[in-house]
Design a protein around this ligand. Structure first.
Ligand SMILES: C[S@@+](CC[C@H](N)C(=O)[O-])C[C@H]1O[C@@H](n2cnc3c(N)ncnc32)[C@H](O)[C@@H]1O
Length: 324
C-alpha cells in the first residue's frame, strides 16, 4: 500500500497543555504493521453477533481489531482481560476464538449488556468462558477474582473518550440533525466525564493494576484514536503511550488499525458524520484537514517481572453462572 503525504498539510500545534509530554525523551521507533480491520463496516461486523442494544454504546471497539489482536498475542486456552469492557467486544471475540475472558465495566448498564453478549456468543457455539464484573477498574486487583493474578496473557482495552467523538445522527427534514447515544452515562465519576487529567491519572492506575494480573511475558494492547478538539489534533495515542510507561510498561509495537476499508492500494472511507462535518468546516476555512481513518493499536510488555500465579485457575471459575 502506498501512503501518500497530503499535498498541503499544515502543522497543528498540540493543545490543551494537559496533553503535553510528561516524559520528554523522543518516542522510541517501534515496529509497525497496518491492520486491515475495517474491510466490512462496523455494523456488518456486529450484526447477529451482538445484541441490537449494543448500538447504544457510544464508543465500541471494532470486532476485527479485537480478533486480530487476540489471535496475534494469545493462544487458545489463554486468559484475556478488558478492564473497561463496554459492551464486551474483547470478551465476545476472545471466547469465539477459544480463549477465556474477564471484563470490568463501571456502568451497570454496559456490564449487563456485555454479560448478555457473552451469553449470545455461547449460544452461537463460542468455546471459551467469559465473565463480567461491574466495578471501577482503578481498583482492579480488588475488583476481579484474586485467582487470576499472574494468569492474564493479554489485556486488550480502549480508553473512554469525551462526548465530542461519539454519537449517532438522525436527520429529519425541517428539524435539522439530532445527535443521540453520545454519552456512556451521566455519572461524573466515569473516566470519560472526569476531565483530561483525571482520565490520564485513572489510566495509569488501571494499567498498574493490569500489570499485577499479567502472567510473565503477558501483553497489554490498547486501541486508541487520535481526535480533533475544536479543530486541534489531540495526540491521545501519545498520551496513552506515556501513561503506559508511567505504569511500568514498555512499548513494543505501535500498529495502525484501519477504520477505512482497503481495496488494493485504495482506502474506502467509512468516516462518521461528525468527522466529515469537522473536515468540511475546516476546509471551508482554508484549513486542509484530512479525515482520521485509523486507530493506534499500542502494544506494551511488562517491564518488571510479575508475581507467580496465586493458584491455577479451573475453567469452572471463569464460567458465568448464567452461561455455563
Ligand atoms: C471506549 S469504551 C470501551 C468500549 C469497549 N471496548 C467495547 O467495545 O464495547 C470505555 C469504557 O470504559 C468505561 N469506564 C469508564 N471509567 C471506568 C472505570 N473507572 N472502570 C471501568 N470502566 C470504566 C466506560 O463506561 C466505557 O464503557
Amino acid at each position: 500500500m502506498t501512503v501518500r503525504r497530503p499535498a498541503a498539510s499544515r502543522a497543528v500545534p498540540l493543545a490543551p497543555t494537559i496533553w503535553s509530554p510528561v516524559i520528554t525523551t523522543p518516542a522510541p521507533h517501534l515496529p509497525l504493521s497496518v491492520w486491515p480491520t475495517a474491510q466490512r463496516t462496523a455494523r456488518t461486523q456486529r450484526t447477529g453477533r451482538y445484541l441490537p442494544l449494543s448500538t447504544e454504546h457510544p464508543a465500541k471497539m471494532l470486532p476485527a481489531i479485537a480478533r486480530q489482536a487476540i489471535a496475534a498475542y494469545t493462544q487458545p486456552g489463554d486468559l484475556v482481560l478488558d478492564p473497561m469492557c463496554g459492551i464486551g467486544t474483547t470478551l465476545v471475540e476472545a471466547i469465539h476464538l477459544g480463549r477465556d475472558a474477564v471484563g470490568v465495566e463501571y456502568e451497570p448498564k454496559w456490564a449487563q449488556l456485555a454479560g448478555a453478549n457473552l451469553r449470545l456468543a455461547r449460544q452461537h457455539g463460542a468455546p471459551g468462558h467469559g465473565e463480567v464484573v461491574d466495578g471501577d477498574a482503578r481498583h482492579l486487583p480488588g475488583v476481579v477474582d484474586p485467582a487470576i493474578r499472574g494468569l492474564v496473557a493479554l489485556v486488550l482495552t480502549s480508553p473512554p473518550y469525551g462526548a465530542s467523538l461519539h454519537g449517532q445522527v438522525s436527520a429529519t427534514p425541517g428539524a435539522g440533525v439530532t445527535k443521540s447515544h453520545y454519552k456512556y452515562s451521566t455519572d461524573p465519576a466515569n473516566l470519560a466525564h472526569a476531565g483530561h487529567h483525571a482520565l490520564l491519572e485513572g489510566m495509569v492506575q488501571i494499567l498498574i493494576g493490569c500489570t499485577r494480573l499479567l502472567r510473565p511475558g503477558g501483553i497489554v494492547a490498547m486501541t486508541v484514536r487520535p481526535y480533533r478538539y475544536r479543530g486541534t489534533l489531540i495526540d491521545l495515542p501519545g498520551a496513552m503511550t506515556r501513561a503506559g510507561q508511567r505504569a511500568g510498561l514498555t512499548p513494543l509495537e505501535r500498529n495502525v488499525a484501519l477504520l477505512a476499508g482497503l481495496r488494493g492500494d485504495q482506502l474506502i472511507p467509512r468516516a462518521s458524520f461528525f468527522a466529515l462535518e469537522q473536515v468540511r468546516r475546516a476546509r471551508a476555512n482554508n484549513t486542509p484537514l484530512h479525515v482520521i481513518a485509523h486507530e493506534d493499536l499500542l502494544v506494551f510488555g511488562a517491564s518488571r517481572s510479575c508475581s507467580p500465579p496465586a493458584r491455577k485457575l479451573r475453567p469452572a471459575q471463569l464460567a458465568h453462572p448464567e452461561q455455563s
